[in-house]
Design a protein around this ligand. Structure first.
Ligand code: ADP
Length: 304
């Protein structure tokens, strides 16, 4: 299957190590969320992908071969610092970019019409970019990335500053592009959004990938966790071996089960102590995971 492989990228700016052996994969048809705090190396990775920066070592491959000019022309990129011409009209600007990507005049006009309609910009085609709200400028930027029906989509913080309606629209478009078979890579700080939207997630810290995989893979805990909504204070758990209480919040208790089958004894003990309203496996959210992997002291410098 076609896939984008980022393989062991290392990059320093002068004495500052921005990336250390960063690797991950984005498969065709998949939305990949690239998560990390400011300065962790996301933009540097994307710029290397685009060919704007050279890595010190490592490479990026598409369908098994290193990215060349031809493949890079087929990437749709939405940069973080939005690169639109403020005084150019929306329609002219998009048509111009489409022509740069090699579309003929008629195809460029069609692409402008299609994407301005899809992104709710039809009424703005004749307006100068600088007259648009920031949210609408971002929609134009997304349209710009999509003009040439790219084979690969790379978006740097596409959701930042968007209102909920625009967030929903952006999410739908990214999913549609993935459904068309495009690998979609985007960076974001909004973990709930990443959790909702992505098939696969990579967490980067100080230029190193500290976790990467499907959400299911990342959420798998070493020992299963269970939530019991029932008798309060968890004193009822005394006497059940192989179970550790992780959290109690009123009547809700979260336990980690370290002995196979011990959850059945947990349930019995809870029911013996009072009514049980809920007994269910607990899975950590992406926010929990992020907190865990990013706060783990790995001997590197702290977060910025
Ligand atoms: P992110 O996109 O995750 O915020 P970046 O890739 O922009 O992270 O930055 C990674 C690290 O590289 C940071 O420490 C940043 O200060 C540094 N860096 C980025 N661009 C440059 C540059 N042009 N010159 C020097 N240092 C840079």
């Amino acid at each position: 299957m076609a896939r984008l492989e980022v393989d062991s990228l290392t990059k320093s700016y002068g004495g500052v190590r921005a990336l250390s052996e960063t690797s991950f994969e984005v498969h065709a048809g998949e939305v990949f969320g690239f998560v990390g705090s400011n300065g962790s190396g996301k933009t540097t990775t994307m710029r290397i992908l685009l060919g704007v920066l050279e890595p010190d070592s490592g490479e990026v491959r598409w369908e098994g071969s290193p990215l060349d000019r031809e493949v890079r022309r087929r990437i749709g990129y939405m940069p973080e610092e939005r690169g639109l011409y403020p005084r150019m009209k929306v329609g002219d600007q998009l048509a111009y970019l489409a022509r740069l990507y090699g579309l003929d005049t008629a195809a460029a006009r069609d692409a402008v019409e299609q994407w301005t309609a899809r992104l709710g910009l039809s009424e703005r085609v004749g307006d100068e970019v600088q007259k648009l709200s920031l949210g609408n400028q971002q929609r134009v930027q997304l349209a710009a990335a999509l003009m040439h029906a790219p084979d690969i989509l790379v978006l740097d913080e596409p959701f930042s500053g968007l209102d909920p309606v625009a967030v929903e629209l952006m999410s739908q478009v990214l999913r549609e592009e993935a459904a068309r078979g495009v690998p979609v890579l985007f960076s974001s700080h909004q973990l709930d959004l990443v959790e909702r939207l992505c098939d696969r997630v990579g967490i980067i810290k100080n230029g190193r990938m500290v976790a990467s995989g499907t959400l299911d893979q990342l959420r798998r805990t070493e020992h299963p966790q269970w939530i019991i909504d029932g008798p309060s204070s968890a004193g009822w758990l005394n006497g059940v071996d192989g179970v550790q209480v992780l959290e109690t919040d009123g009547a809700r208790t979260t336990v980690e089960v370290r002995r196979a089958g011990a959850e059945q004894q947990v349930l019995q003990a809870a029911m013996a102590a009072g009514p049980v309203r809920e007994f269910a496996p607990a899975r950590p959210s992406l926010t929990d995971l992020y907190r865990d992997v990013v706060s783990t002291d790995d001997g590197q410098e702290g977060e910025q």
